[in-house]
Ligand binder design. Structure first.
Ligand SMILES: [Zn+2]
Length: 131
């Protein structure tokens, strides 16, 4: 994908601080980290969403994410490493690995809302109908 910043990183057109690479995936440091060591893992083929990524490739991404989480935690003496898939912030599937510290001032989770009466059951039913 010509206009995709991550495809340009894979092609070597845009430089990146790589921390892991194999024939299928690349892991590099986010240039605007939430915390130092914030890493992005991307497949080397362009897929906009997680649901577009072939299963075997997706499995490889997540197994490597687990390995890198352990290494990042150890290397940066983090308390833990959070993992997230946001969506279309960059439309090339990627996994965020963010080293976290007890006092890093970041929210542990997103702001939450309450279900109005009956809405939780209705929501679950909509999803369960398709599973
Ligand atoms: Zn891409």
């Amino acid at each position: 994908m010509k206009n995709c910043i991550f495809c340009q990183i894979i092609a070597g057109i845009i430089p990146a601080e790589k921390i892991y690479e194999d024939e299928k995936i690349l892991a590099f440091l986010d240039i605007r980290p939430v915390n130092y060591g914030h890493t992005l893992i991307i497949p080397k083929t362009h897929h906009a969403l997680m649901t577009d990524v072939p299963d075997e490739l997706l499995k490889h991404c997540f197994v490597k994410a687990k390995e890198l989480m352990i290494k990042i935690k150890q290397a940066l003496e983090a308390d833990y490493v959070s993992v997230s898939v946001i969506g279309l912030d960059v439309p090339h599937f990627h996994i965020h690995l963010i080293p976290r510290y007890a006092n890093d001032g970041l929210p542990v989770f997103w702001p939450t809302k309450a279900y109005p009466e009956g809405e939780m059951k209705k929501t679950a039913e909509k999803i369960k109908k398709l599973t």
